[in-house]
Design a protein around this ligand. Structure first.
Ligand code: A1LUD
Ligand code: HCS
Ligand code: ZN
Length: 344
């Protein structure tokens, strides 16, 4: 059974309405792999952060909880680079791969439950701690791009070559998307999308597959104020997202903060859906070494002070991507709460 159009179109509006403490905005979490690494995980692996679903699920749960403590009310699962194909390449069976995808969602749901339990715990230790305030929390199941699976930084280039068509991409993503849809997640986060082709593939999958009963967001990785990383105009990509009734938010992630304002303006011209932005630190990823380098002459590791401007430009969901931490999210959370208390 598919989603009713009216349900889909009101999903984000209803959620944002419930985010009263954020004045109708929402706060997504920050860099997930970044935080796993800060806790000592070695992600030098084709599975990148998805490696921790196998080696350290407790750490995955812990990082979700850290972001909830920091004020996030949307947490993104560790499935960004988790694919059945990638797990099989590691020698796991298809069934084991599918179980790990489901586990990524369970871990986020468990963290949410732990957080809620702390909010209601009858103990002054918890009740006097302002990290614990009950608010609506969504679990978004991450779907990284085909380029992420390639594990060579392709999600920052989007150059898949002529042999990769919309059908190739639909075949690549179909089963994982269906598993995540049935895993108990509240929505699907198609993130770090590097080109129009992959957005088209996702939109067709959502429109054509039976049983997609949760909504999705489309979030693109961009190289300047008006283009996604392969050079396609962001506006064309946003038009594709806008045309899909199951898409409830459109935006930008893992992109330098300095491009975000212009990108919001371009997206706004193409859609009236909610706009989500969760930039990275502005550094550049070196795929060979799995290291990040400062972009020359640009210092933008603290973008929290721009969030008010991004909100005025039309975005309503804010967070961070690679190289951001719970501190970034705490800053965003405080900035939004402070702003909404100011008289209009
Ligand atoms: C968003 S990038 C930093 C993820 C990692 C990349 N797909 C890789 O495997 O190198
Ligand atoms: N949700 C992923 C996105 C990588 S671009 C992460 O934060 O690790
Ligand atoms: Zn990122």
């Amino acid at each position: 059974m598919g989603l009713e159009g009216s349900y889909t179109s009101s999903f984000m509006r209803d959620f944002l309405d419930k985010c009263a403490s954020y004045g109708g905005c929402a706060v997504v979490d920050g860099g997930f792999a970044t935080e796993l690494e800060r806790h000592g995980a070695d992600l030098n692996d084709p599975l990148w952060s998805a490696k921790c679903l196998i080696s350290s699920p407790h750490l995955v749960r812990r990082v979700h909880l850290d972001y909830l403590d920091a004020g996030a009310n949307i947490i993104i699962t560790a499935s960004y680079q988790a694919t059945i194909q990638g797990f099989e390449a590691k020698g796991l069976s298809r069934e084991e791969g599918k179980a790990l995808l489901r586990r990524s969602v369970e871990l986020a749901r468990e963290a949410r439950q732990v957080y809620y339990d702390r909010c209601t715990k009858d103990s002054s230790d918890f009740l006097s701690d302002d990290r614990y305030w009950k608010r609506p929390i969504l679990v978004a199941a991450s779907v990284g791009s085909y380029g992420a699976y390639l594990a060579d930084g392709s999600e920052y280039r989007g150059d898949y070559g002529d042999a990769v068509t919309v059908e190739t991409l639909k075949d690549f993503h179909r089963e994982r998307v269906k598993i995540l849809v049935d895993s108990g997640a509240d929505l699907i986060a198609f993130e770090t999308i590097p080109n129009k082709l992959e957005a088209q593939a996702y939109a067709e999958l959502l429109d054509e597959e039976e049983g997609i009963h949760i909504p999705a967001w489309f979030s693109f990785s961009c190289k300047d104020e008006s283009h996604v990383v392969n050079g396609d105009p962001i506006q064309d990509c946003a038009v594709i997202a806008d045309s899909c009734s199951k898409v409830v938010a459109v935006g930008v992630n893992c992109t330098a903060p300095r491009f975000i304002h212009g990108l919001i303006s371009s997206i706004k011209k193409a859609t009236s859906k909610a706009i989500i932005v969760y930039p990275n630190s502005g550094e550049t990823y070196i795929a060979e070494t799995h290291q990040w380098e400062k972009s020359s002459g640009v210092v933008e590791d603290d973008f929290v002070s721009y969030v008010g401007k991004w909100r005025e430009a039309g975005a309503s969901v804010f967070g961070g991507c690679c190289r951001t931490t719970p501190n970034t999210i705490r800053g965003i959370s405080q900035a939004i709460r402070a702003k909404q208390l100011q008289p209009q």
